[in-house]
Design a protein around this ligand. Structure first.
Ligand code: SF4
Length: 241
């Protein structure tokens, strides 16, 4: 018997895609990843461009839940990704349903809605928070004036919550200079997070042809050395090439 009502509209989310098995979306966990449709920011390097419009989605949430029931005992977790999951009014209810099936809950977010984050954090076992830029460059990267304030407020909330989390930053050298990345490292180190994953942009899924054409790998060694000098004092830096 289902521990929830599929027809509960308030607990539904708009699903733009599903990865049945991932070991990397929540590092170390066997997870299914649910991609929520819609995002309010406009990052030029977005690797999920098809998920940005607010639309009907790809498949009904009830269908995803029914499929998750068949994965009980096989998967450990469900990661809510996007798009931006925090913009789904039904996220809290959807997470409750998934917990009711016995799965742990992961969340990928840019932290664009701190109030929504506060509502779902008690249901989350792990969060991957994308930090896009140093505070001064946030509007330039996201196209939204209040974006930096929201993201850093979300980081503060995560630190207070005790929920395990990882900060992630994707770097495209045409959008942020090495000096700005070092500025971001200083800001993150000052906030004292446990872990920061820094990764170079990869073109898959990016709709911006000019950005996609530029080779960004690997991260220059001089930058890695400088980042370790800054960030190594306070936390764990992982450079993903
Ligand atoms: S916040 Fe994420 S989903 Fe939204 S535009 Fe930026 S990279 Fe894309």
């Amino acid at each position: 018997m289902r521990p929830f009502a599929h027809e509960d509209g308030a607990a539904a989310i708009v699903v733009g895609g599903l990865t049945p098995l991932s070991t990397t979306d929540w590092p170390g966990m066997l997870a299914a990843t649910v991609f929520c449709q819609g995002c309010a920011w406009n990052c030029p390097y977005c690797h999920n461009a098809a998920l940005r419009p607010f639309g009907a989605g790809e498949r009904p949430w009830a269908e995803v839940l029914a499929w998750l029931e068949t994965r009980q005992g096989l998967l450990e977790a469900v990661v809510f990704s996007g798009g931006e999951p925090l913009l789904q009014p039904g996220l809290n209810g959807a997470m409750r349903h998934v917990r009711g099936l016995g799965f742990e809950i992961g969340l990928h977010t840019s932290g664009m809605d701190p109030q929504a984050l506060a509502r779902v954090l008690p249901l989350c076992n792990w969060v991957g928070l994308d930090l896009k830029a140093p505070r001064a460059a946030y509007e330039r990267i996201t196209g939204v004036a209040a974006a930096g304030h929201a993201a850093w407020e979300s980081l503060g909330m995560l630190r207070e919550s005790g929920v395990v989390f990882e900060l992630r930053t994707t770097w495209h050298p045409s959008l942020l200079s090495e000096a700005e990345i070092l500025e971001l490292a200083e800001e993150i180190a000052a906030a004292g997070p446990p872990s920061w994953a820094f990764q170079a942009f990869q073109p898959e899924g990016c709709a911006n042809a000019e950005l996609a054409a530029k080779e960004c790998l690997p991260v220059p060694e001089r930058l890695v050395v400088s980042l370790r000098r800054v960030f190594g004092r306070n936390g764990k830096l992982v450079v993903r090439n």
